[in-house]
Design a protein around this ligand. Structure first.
Ligand code: MN
Length: 223
C-alpha cells in the first residue's frame, strides 16, 4: 500500500490526493485490488472470509456508490470529498454510508499484512511510548475499542494534531469527518470475522492485532 500522504490534517491530506489507488479519481470507482493474496492472512483470517469480505461486501459498497452518484453533484468528486461532503446529513445517508465504507475498506486492507504485528518501526514505537506509555498499552486500547463498539463499526489508531490516540466509530463512520487522521483500522463488523470466529470478536481482534497489524502502513500515514 502506498502511503496515504505525510501531511497532518484531513484537508491537506485530501488536497494531496488522499489514499485512492484506483485508476480514476472520480466515479465510476473500481474495487481496489487486495494488496496480498486472499489466503495470505491465514490463519488469523481465512481465505473464505477475505474472499467474501473483499469480493462481496467491499464490492457491494463500491457498486452501490457508483449507482447512487451517477448523474449527481458527487459524480466528479474523489471518494474522500464525497465522504466529507455528505457526512452528518441524514438526507445523504445512503451516499455517505457507501462512500465511507468504500474508503474504510480500502484503508482496512492496507492496515493488515501477512506476518504483521510484532514490533513497530523504532520511530513509531517512540510515538506510541510517548502517547500511550508503550506499544502494549496502545494494543490494549485498540482491543478495548474494538471489543466495546456496540454493533457494527471500526477501531482506529489516529493522529489528533500532534498526538496519537485510539477511537472507535459506529457503522460507516470514519474519523476523517472529525478532523482526525487515520493511521490504522480494525473492522469489527460481523462480516469481518463471523465465518471464522462466530461470536468470538475478541479472539478475532487479538489475532489481527498480534499477527496482521501493518505498523509500516501506520508509520507511512503518520505526519
Ligand atoms: Mn467490512
Amino acid at each position: 500500500c502506498r502511503a496515504f500522504s505525510a501531511s497532518a490534517g484531513a484537508a491537506v491530506w485530501l488536497a494531496a490526493g488522499g489514499p485512492m489507488r484506483t485508476a480514476r479519481a472520480a466515479a465510476p470507482f473500481a474495487l481496489p485490488k487486495l494488496p496480498y493474496a486472499e489466503n495470505a492472512l491465514h490463519p488469523a483470517i481465512s481465505a473464505r472470509t477475505v474472499g467474501f469480505h473483499h469480493g462481496k461486501h467491499h464490492r457491494a459498497y463500491v457498486d452501490n456508490l457508483n449507482k447512487l452518484v451517477a448523474g449527481t453533484e458527487y459524480a466528479e468528486m474523489p471518494l474522500e470529498k464525497i465522504v466529507l461532503a455528505t457526512a452528518g446529513q441524514p438526507e445523504r445517508a445512503a451516499v455517505f454510508n457507501n462512500a465511507a465504507q468504500a474508503w474504510n475498506h480500502e484503508f482496512y486492507w492496507c492496515s493488515l499484512k501477512p506476518k504483521g504485528g510484532g514490533a513497530p518501526p523504532a520511530s513509531l514505537r517512540a510515538r506510541l511510548e510517548a502517547d500511550f506509555g508503550g506499544v502494549e498499552a496502545c494494543l490494549q486500547e485498540l482491543a478495548k475499542a474494538a471489543g466495546s463498539q456496540f454493533g457494527s463499526g471500526w477501531a482506529w489508531l489516529v493522529q489528533d494534531g500532534g498526538k496519537l490516540r485510539v477511537v472507535k466509530t459506529a457503522n460507516a463512520d470514519v474519523p476523517l469527518t472529525q478532523g482526525l487522521k487515520p493511521l490504522l483500522t480494525v473492522d469489527v463488523w460481523e462480516h469481518a470475522y463471523y465465518l471464522d470466529y462466530q461470536n468470538r470478536r475478541a479472539d478475532h481482534v487479538k489475532a489481527v492485532l498480534d499477527d496482521l497489524l501493518n505498523w509500516d502502513f501506520a508509520l507511512e500515514n503518520l505526519g
